[in-house]
Design a protein around this ligand. Sequence first.
Ligand code: ADP
Ligand code: MG
Length: 357
Amino acid sequence: MSKINVYLRFRPVFHKPDEEPEDSCIRSADNSTIEMINLRNTQETVSYKFQQVFGENSSQEEVFGTALQPLLSHFTDDVQNVSVFAYGPTGSGKTFTILGSDETPGFIPRTLRHLFARTRKNCSSSNITATFSMSYIEIYQENVHDLLDDRKKLFSLRQDNCGNILIPGITEIKVENFNDFEKYFVPASHQRRMAKTSLNERSSRSHTILIVKERKAPFLRKTAKLSIVDLAGSEDNRQTGNRGLRLKESSAINTSLHVLGKVVVALNKNNQHRVPYRDSKLTRLLQDSLGGSSHTCMVVNLSPEMSSIFDTQRALNFATKSMTIINRPFTRVEVAEFTPSNEKDETETVNRKHKST
Ligand code: ADP
Ligand code: MG
């Protein structure tokens, strides 16, 4: 059994060159405690404890090395599912953490470099061959889109008899090295739906998920899935002033994040049979990451400015509840190709069995 590791990260306070910086509503008290100004009495602070708190000066390397890298050996060595996701309000640094930039690469490029380097080392000392494939999807207004092939439209989700969520028909590209990966990933990442909102110059209007699958051969065929999720931000439309399409997008984002919150609450109450995974595409896809078969870590990003205090409070509540979720990772030894006979229709009742490790 494995608990979700919840990390907190807050970015520097932003301000225009000709303006005074806003006060901050949070600070790290020590490396695992964050203090926030009490909403009821601003003279006081409230403390929250997490696995680790990364402050404004934390580097991409440090966050990756602490939060994600230790989990990756479960994927490469134990061939078990691993998931990571960034949660938080718009403009708090989710995409910065997951994707980063050329100068400050985030989780995705660092993870892929790490995977190729590690498997080259492991496989050169044995007869095992490991192959990786990638899929890159986005959930936009409750529809799943293929970022590797924008001609493909409207995917439904299925579940195999091991409880894995499948997206039949989605592009899976075999990647052999980092250059290979970049060749497909970089153009695909430009397909993501972005827009300027009042809170972020390039706000993600969708949730994006990079899925890397590993297959190990020849003795026993083992397969595992690594999911790296960049969630769209929760937005308070009174603050954004969103209208028309932006408002419609924002409502879809808020609805799926609301269901995600309900899933976390149900898992918290140990109510395994009443978890509303099916109430949104996002939670359905994350089903094997939350209370499922995956080693999972979550980075909750926060904007430190005083004007974001209500969003910060909501994100901290979500993060606190997520800490108690328990997953049951296991190694899947079989041929795991998608065939109609090992799929279950979405309308069938979920009857999953997990073997604990
Ligand atoms: P989100 O995806 O949560 O909406 P972004 O990742 O797009 O937010 O971040 C908003 C802005 O803040 C971007 O310009 C990004 O480069 C910057 N930013 C985010 N986190 C950091 C950080 N830790 N250090 C420096 N700049 C950051
Ligand atoms: Mg973003």
